[in-house]
Design a binder for this molecule. Structure first.
Ligand SMILES: Cc1ncc(COP(=O)(O)O)c(C=O)c1O
Length: 345
């Protein structure tokens, strides 16, 4: 049933604070204006605020560090000693789970999905190896093969006597990020209060974090519109956000139903596909770097920022609007794309 009234920030946080959490992220992350980037986008550009969730600490940071605070507590409560991950070489998720494992004495085992970015070993994959991940090469990127090989990996680890935390499929693991971004939303609102600003639009990569901002916005009655930008690998980007948001609401006991009316989930900025930057992605990365020394990446944030530019050029955002962009991280990824980035200069 949809809620008929909004709740206070305190009521939003109360059930989240009851969840076990180990705090190690560098919070609050800065909220910064980007005046030179605004100017570079032309006279119709909106006011731009950047939430620096690339600065959360832990091995180059990123949005997932917020999630890991909840996941670590859950891992410890269950007595797990091994984290399993199924991701590509450019995955920030794999790098950050390996960082968590290194820092808290766990083992990280990655089934690496084959991609064009496997060689040479650099960026996130290099950092993962450096921090001690066991990396197993999957034989194909076919989803059925990956599922089978991931299951074989889980079975092998259990036979070897490890207690495994399956970050890919565990029901709480998959909503930890949405819970974390309810706290992130209140952190953001407090910063916005200080500035005296109400953003009209929030742009970020689609997923668990975006679902947290959608859910928080609806429960608190905020007027912002969340644009959950698909970066090319989510078969059904709308249901992805709905699933995270509604499972989290249920888990925390909120009487609310998130529907497709509550957010935008554009797929056009994910083209031509996961880990494949378009010209617009490269333009976004170049402009942000050259005007604000903001490092976006070709897989995630270059695409989510290209959505801000695209929606502005379509006339869906005006110079009287305020756009809040969540920089969700991915900072090691430009090192895996030197050819593409250099050719865009
Ligand atoms: C840089 C970056 N931004 C956003 C996301 C989306 O993450 P989530 O679904 O956890 O919000 C990812 C996921 O890998 C990411 O690496």
């Amino acid at each position: 049933m949809a809620i008929s009234r909004t709740i206070s920030r305190q009521d939003l946080l109360e059930p989240v604070h009851r969840l076990p959490r180990e705090q190690f992220a560098h919070l609050p992350t800065p909220l910064e204006e980007a005046p030179r980037l605004r100017e570079a986008l032309g006279p119709g550009a909106p006011r731009l605020l950047i939430k620096r969730d690339d600065q959360t600490g832990l091995a180059f940071g990123g949005n997932k560090v917020r999630h890991l605070e909840f996941r670590l507590a859950d891992i410890r409560a269950r007595g797990a000693d091994t984290l399993t991950i199924k991701n590509a070489a450019v995955s920030n998720h794999a790098r950050l789970h390996t960082a968590l494992a290194a820092r808290y004495g766990l083992r990280s085992v990655i089934l690496k999905v084959p991609s064009a970015k496997d060689h040479p070993v650099n960026g996130n994959l290099l950092l993962g190896r450096l921090m001690g991940a066991e990396v197993i090469d999957a034989s194909s990127d076919d989803p059925d093969v990956l599922d089978r090989e991931y299951q074989e990996m889980l079975d092998r680890l259990e036979r070897e006597g490890h207690s495994v935390y399956d970050t890919v499929n565990d029901p709480f693991s998959t909503i930890a990020g949405t819970c974390a971004y309810l706290i992130g939303a209140v952190e953001l609102l407090e910063q916005l209060d200080t500035l005296g600003v109400k953003p009209d639009h929030i742009f970020l990569v689609s997923g668990a974090s975006a679902a947290g901002l959608v859910l928080a916005g609806k429960l608190l009655g905020e007027s912002w519109r969340v644009h959950a930008v698909n970066i090319g690998d989510q078969v059904d980007p709308v249901n992805l956000v709905l699933d995270f948001a509604n499972r989290t609401a249920e888990h925390l006991g909120f009487d609310v139903q998130i529907t497709t009316d509550d957010f935008d989930a554009s797929t056009e900025y994910g083209q031509p596909g996961y880990a494949l930057p378009s010209d617009a992605t490269l333009e976004a990365i170049r402009l942000a770097a050259q005007t604000e020394a903001l490092i976006f990446d070709p897989v995630y944030t270059g695409k989510s920022f290209s959505a801000v530019m695209g929606e502005m050029r379509k006339g869906n955002i005006s110079r009287d609007d305020t756009v809040l962009f969540i920089h969700t991280g991915g900072t090691p990824n430009p090192f895996s794309y030197s050819d593409e980035l250099l050719s865009a200069l």
